[in-house]
Design a protein around this ligand. Structure first.
Ligand code: SF4
Length: 397
């Protein structure tokens, strides 16, 4: 038996991939330790969405190599040529598709008998991957190069995993993928809306969410599935990237700002969050102002801001024309807008009721994924009324 610890950097898909490795290592009898508690083996599931993400991934692998006998570097950046060149000999870079990675790592560590065949990984929330890869090719994005084309799990495998997670005691499921709207199980006749309806109806499930969805996939069928599935939380993360049509075109995003706004209209009561890239090569001051406008008009409550950095192998790899200081200023303005919008949404909850799923001591999330401060046992759904707002969330009466 080996002791191991797992860390991930980046998005929810990276989180899910890291969990897949954890689950297999636990199932095979290895013992998990807290990441900084020291272990034989470390698994670092990496991210390459920006230069900064690669730098942090490299730093995490280097640190892990000092305190672990063996380090496996997995995930997106592991598939990026040369990102980990020159690291110590005890670091193994596993540049494989995500589906193959857990088995490869487990086989390398050595199979030592089944001790915890059904390890429960998180207490309240489980991330279930339904799809991986992307067949689009946005001009700035390295993901299709490191994760490959879109492919989906069968609906029966997804439903079986959700049932298993619920039986383990998870109350909330988050369906994850790189491009969730591309979900297809052609043989069984499933697209995302049908999967949402059926996952949402699994007995015992309290809450269901989607990790993120491209705006082109927000159609009437999906909106109906979201509205008619009682377990669905009223939150949707829909990447905008830019509010200027000229920039969207240069990014090859395949929608306009007007389309983005129109598609989200039927979800006006949802808590909408987004991603935006700041400092894309053709982003002028006016184009950036457009991004601020669209985010305000769409009533986005939180923006994940990504200062643009050219990624190897992409169409815009050789272009980085916006000065760093301008990127910094625009990022700060956008984050300021996001913080103000978030606070406004929280304030609107004062005096209103919500149902909170408690996921940590003293904390939980409401129906629309707003954070609440509430005193109740972990895993319980509690009826609350907003009393005040602090920097950390809405305080329940
Ligand atoms: S949709 Fe575009 S940004 Fe998203 S993963 Fe695919 S290529 Fe990247």
């Amino acid at each position: 038996m080996a002791t191991f610890s797992v860390r991930f950097l980046g998005c929810k898909v990276s989180h899910t991939d890291a969990h897949d490795v954890r689950e297999l290592l636990l199932a095979e009898g290895h013992e998990e330790r807290a990441y900084d508690a020291g272990a034989d083996v470390a698994v670092v599931n990496t991210c390459c969405v920006t230069n900064e993400a690669v730098r942090k991934s490299r730093q995490a692998a280097t640190r892990a190599a000092r305190s672990h006998r063996r380090v496996y570097v997995t995930g997106c950046a592991a598939n990026l040529r040369d990102a980990f060149a020159g690291l110590p000999d005890n670091v193994e870079v596993v540049g494989r598709p995500s589906e193959e990675t857990p088995a490869f790592v487990a086989a390398d560590i050595g199979r030592l008998g089944c001790v915890q065949a059904d390890a429960r990984l998180e207490r309240v929330r489980a991330f279930v991957k339904i799809q991986d890869g992307c067949s689009f090719s946005c001009n700035f994005c390295v993901i299709p190069l490191v994760r490959g084309v879109s492919r989906s799990r069968s609906a029966s495998a997804v439903l079986a995993e959700v049932q298993r997670r619920v039986a383990q005691g998870h109350r909330e499921i988050v369906l994850t993928g790189i491009n969730l709207g591309c979900y297809r199980d052609r043989a069984a006749g499933y697209k995302l809306p049908r999967l949402v309806r059926e996952v949402g109806a699994v007995p015992g499930l309290a809450r269901l969410r989607l990790s993120s969805i491209e705006v082109n996939h927000v159609d009437s069928e999906l909106v109906s599935a979201l509205r008619e599935t009682p377990t669905i939380g009223r939150h949707l993360h829909v990447p905008l990237q830019s509010g200027a049509d000229s920039v969207l075109r240069d990014m090859a995003r395949r929608y306009t700002a007007a389309t983005y706004l129109r598609k989200l209209e039927p979800l006006e009561d949802f808590n909408l969050t987004t991603d935006a890239i700041v400092g894309f090569p053709s982003e002028t001051d006016a184009a950036f102002e457009r991004t601020l406008d669209v985010i305000e008009t769409a009533r986005i409550s939180k923006v994940h801001v990504f200062p643009y950095s050219p990624r190897p192998g992409t169409v815009t790899a050789a272009h980085d024309t916006v000065p760093p200081q301008v990127k910094k200023e625009r990022s700060a303005r956008l984050r300021g807008l996001s913080d103000a919008a978030c606070l406004m949404r929280w304030r609107q909850k004062i005096g209103t009721r919500d149902v909170v799923l408690v996921d940590r001591p003293g904390r939980g999330y409401g129906d629309d994924y707003s954070p609440w401060l509430v005193d109740a046992p972990i895993g319980e759904l509690v009826d609350v009324r907003g009393a005040a707002v602090s920097e950390e969330g809405i305080r329940a009466a």
